[in-house]
Write a protein that binds this ligand. Structure first.
Ligand code: HEM
Ligand SMILES: [Cu+2]
Length: 843
């Protein structure tokens, strides 16, 4: 029941609901493409992710059919290579990450008492990037041009020489495109969790789920850029012959492995953390007591986030890594067992001290505990280097991986699905069908993968498309395959169950599981604005301490209960204490995210079919769309001519100097910085390790031009900083002219950099040295152009009166970019000019 129609509400409050419904309305028909609301976008992510899960599952069944019998001719080995590569790729990139992000996008604002995420248009954009990228990737299967070098695309197998065709290109371009979506969601989840919690929700009162998602999102922000860089470099190698991973040209294929696993290992935790977050949310509800050791769990999450970045090398134990490094990474890999162990003990203690009730979501959690612990045990075995050498790349590893991934992610996800279903649909799930599908999936899973440990120990390698009967693996493989089909039947039943549920489920009460968190204090199914009024919270379990909360919220008794200004608003609060700081004015529905993503999809397709001029045009179009979109940011006066707020409220965020936009810029630069550091890592790695790397005796880069560009950048940054200081003193004299001046300095920097590149006469398709240098210079050039462009726009906006002493936020945001450029430029100068010159090109 949506409470707009609640006849028991007094007329004033009903008008408030109606006003909210009008301002937050989602258009239908074609207009649905403009929707930015987190509830809709989150659902889209989840449904799309589920479709990709089915595609990935279908591919898994093809694999199991092929392996069911020895000497099977069901598929050719070429097809098999494509099928297992796409199975891994679809499951990891198109199912696991996006569906978990979908859950987070859907749940987080509801759990922290916000009306939406902080950059709703960014999530809409991310969704379309995901959708288009996913379609491009999977269409390669239909075209029989799918990637065939496995989901980690090791070079040189995936390089031009051994993978001619378009398969690798589909992967590299498609994945990069999809990663844009993961990053957008990552950035906006971090900022939303830190800056838009409802009044009083201090960091230590935040629901555990938000902690887990915060860690996941930060890990995405830091962990995904190395892969994006790797993909770009490999695509440059394939398309333009730049030999980053080719030994003959001074590159090194192991660099790919490092860049891939710098991403790939954290990826496993990125997948596990939200799963564990669901467990930590549901378990106390069904144990009917608060979680034991909230602080311990938070500590475990933080520790896990940190150690997981130090572990990537354990995927490369057999790649010829120095002995000492092996010992270090082996020990470190075992350390992860500690935070995992803490969480498992906390869960068991909570169950032990509570009065647990069994229900469908709980069944999935028990299944998770069993499977995940088994997967953890084989994980500790694999961290032992000698054992790892024995079973490396056998089905033992495939078994371990699925115990961790399916146990750690799919089971909690399904627990969460049943748990939050009443919120989404307003109906209760059925216990009977649900139990059947649980047992089919649980037993089917164990039958499939438990025996794979034995096939692996008996020496069956992964990724072989068939085997000889004499090896004695027949019966194990047959059992595995039967288990796989059992599991598929369970999934089919699950889908049937959910579909029937939306039609026939019985009505859910307000708080069906008697949960303590805020998402159960809203109408079911949720209205686009979530809460008509935003409560002030003092406790971690608002609904346990105040069961009346849903009623008082709906009656408009709490904060931000006005709609007079016609704005979409939510609280902006202090990251630590949850004290109110500003009213965040959120943007409304828009076509720009859709158009921008569409233009990028065109870029991607043009690159694939090697229509480079057209790709260039499409890139320009995409940039124009993105700029047009950014023009409406920062509470455009057209959208909100009236910047006043209700008496007693904090100011509108664009009237402050530290609104969430500043945070978004900073978190984006965390991602950007991770990409840059990966690039520096690549430079030094090749310099010191690649056997054929050649450093010229003298740098090809002109010192005066480099220094001139740096000077322009430094002056521009100083000037911009001065303008911002004046704004702080509430003065905007000379702001417009100053902005144009800074833009001019940025343009000068770009021009000088262009000259540096032109005069250097690099031969990027001959040596990895020149190729890496060119990429690094292009990176700073793009940033210089961006800095100039944004200042130019700022100059215009000052002229229009959008920015000034009254609305000082945007220059602060742009200044962050200039600071970033400054650090990057000079550190790069040291790395590519000073150090090589001092060391005399010693290789
Ligand atoms: C639905 C049941 C599933 C079955 C029956 C299944 C089966 C398999 C099999 C037999 C392989 C080995 C291919 C080979 O090495 O030749 C494999 C690989 C893989 N699976 Fe699954 N899988 C399932 C679900 C999942 C899920 C849910 C995920 C991730 C969330 C996943 C991720 C992977 C990955 C990353 C690989 C490695 C692919 C490669 O070697 O390149 N699988 N799967
Ligand atoms: Cu790992």
């Amino acid at each position: 029941m949506s409470d707009t129609k609640d006849a028991t509400l007094p007329p004033g409050i009903r008008r408030l609901h109606e006003g909210m419904a009008r301002v937050w309305a989602n258009p239908s028909g074609l207009g649905a493409l403009t929707v930015v609301n987190h509830t809709s976008v989150g659902l889209r992510f989840m449904v799309t992710g589920a479709v990709f899960f089915l595609i990935g599952g279908l591919l898994a069944m093809l694999i199991r059919t092929q392996l069911a019998f020895p000497g099977n001719a069901f598929m050719s080995h070429e097809t098999y290579n494509q099928v297992f590569s796409m199975h891994g790729t679809v499951m990891m990139f198109l199912f696991a990450i996006p569906i978990l992000e979908g859950v987070a996008i859907y749940m987080i604002p509801k759990m922290i008492g916000a009306r939406d995420l902080v950059c709703p248009r960014l999530s809409a954009f991310g969704y379309f990037c995901y959708l288009f990228g996913g379609i491009i990737l999977t269409s390669s299967l239909v075209l029989e041009m799918a990637p065939s070098s496995g989901w980690f695309m090791y070079t040189p197998l995936s390089s031009g020489e051994y993978s001619p065709g378009l398969g690798s290109d589909f992967w590299l371009l498609g994945i990069t495109f999809v990663e844009i979506s993961a990053l957008s969601a990552g950035v906006e989840l971090v900022v939303s969790i830190l800056r838009t919690r409802t009044e009083g929700m201090a960091l230590h009162k935040m629901p555990l789920f938000a902690w887990y998602i915060l860690a996941m999102a930060l890990m995405i922000v830091v962990g995904f850029p190395p892969l994006i860089l790797g993909s770009v470099l490999l695509e440059l190698e394939r398309a333009a012959g730049m030999p980053f991973f080719d030994v003959a040209g001074g590159g090194d294929p192991v660099l790919w492995a490092h860049l891939f696993w710098l991403f790939g290992h954290p990826e496993v935790y990125i997948i596990f953390l939200p799963g564990a977050g669901i467990v930590s949310t549901l378990l106390p509800v069904f144990a009917r007591r608060p979680i034991v050791g909230y602080g311990w769990v938070v500590a475990a999450i933080v520790i896990m986030g940190f150690i997981s970045f130090g572990l990537w090398v354990h995927h490369m134990f057999t790649l010829g890594i120095p002995q000492l490094a092996l010992a270090f990474f082996s020990a470190a890999s075992m350390l992860v067992a500690i935070p995992t162990g803490i969480q498992i003990f906390v869960w068991l203690a909570t169950l032990w001290l509570g009065r647990p009730v069994m229900s469908l979501p709980m069944l999935w959690i028990v299944g998770f505990l069993v499977i995940f612990v088994l997967g953890g045990l084989t994980g500790v075995m694999l961290a032992l280097v000698p054992f790892n050498w024995q079973v490396h790349d056998t089905h033992f590893v495939v078994a371990h991986m699925h115990y961790v991934l399916v146990g750690g992610m799919l089971f909690p996800l399904l627990a969460g699905l049943y748990y939050w279903l009443p919120l989404v649909s307003g109906r209760m799930p059925s216990e009977r069908l649900g139990k059947w599908s649980f047992w089919l999936i649980f037993l089917g899973f164990n039958v499939t993968f438990l025996v794979m440990h034995w096939t692996g120990l008996l020496g069956m390698r992964r990724r072989v498309f068939t085997y000889d009967s004499a090896m004695g693996w027949d019966i194990y493989n047959l059992i595995s395959s039967v288990g796989g089909f059992m599991m598929s039947a369970g999934v089919a039943l699950l889908i049937l169950d959910i579909t029937l549920h939306f039609r026939f489920g019985r009505k859910a009460p307000q708080n069906p599981w008697n949960a303590g968190t805020l998402e159960w204090a809203m109408p079911k199914p949720p209205t686009p604005y979530n809460f008509v009024s935003l409560p002030r919270l003092e406790t971690r379990h608002p609904l346990w301490d105040d069961p009346e909360l849903p009623r008082t919220i709906a009656a408009g008794k709490h904060g931000l209960n006005t709609i007079e200004h016609g704005r979409r608003e939510t609280w902006g609060s202090d990251a630590l204490t949850g004290k109110l700081r500003e009213v965040v004015h959120l943007p409304t529905n828009s076509w720009w995210p859709f158009f921008a993503a569409l233009a990028l999809a065109v870029v991607c397709i043009c690159l694939l079919v090697k229509l480079y001029p057209l790709a260039g045009v499409a890139t320009l179009v995409a940039v124009v769309f993105l700029l047009r979109w950014s023009w409406e940011n920062g509470a455009h006066p057209k959208a909100a001519p009236d910047a006043t707020v209700a008496p007693g409220q904090p100011p509108l965020h664009s009237r402050t100097m530290n609104g969430p936009g500043v945070w978004t810029m900073s978190v984006s630069h965390l991602a950007n910085g991770s990409l840059y550091l990966s690039l520096l890592f690549g430079w030094f790695y090749l310099w010191t390790v690649a056997p054929e790397w050649q450093m010229p005796e003298t740098s090809p880069l002109s010192l005066p031009l480099l220094a001139g560009a740096g000077l322009a950048l430094t002056l521009g940054t100083a000037w911009l900083a001065k303008l911002v200081r004046r704004l702080r003193g509430h003065s905007d004299s000379g702001l417009g002219g100053g902005m144009y001046l800074v833009a001019g300095l940025g343009a000068l920097q770009s021009a000088l950099l262009g000259l540096v590149i032109w005069r250097a006469e690099l031969a990027p398709s001959e040596t990895a040295h020149d190729a890496t240098l060119l990429v690094a210079l292009a990176y700073v050039l793009i940033h210089a152009l961006l800095g100039a462009l944004l200042c130019l726009l700022q100059g215009l906006r000052v002229g229009y009166g959008f920015v000034g002493a009254e609305a000082p936020l945007e220059p602060v945001v742009v200044l962050r970019l200039w600071y970033y450029n400054l650090i990057v430029y000079w550190s790069l100068f040291v790395a590519v000019w000073v150090m090589p010159t001092l060391l005399g090109g010693a290789s």
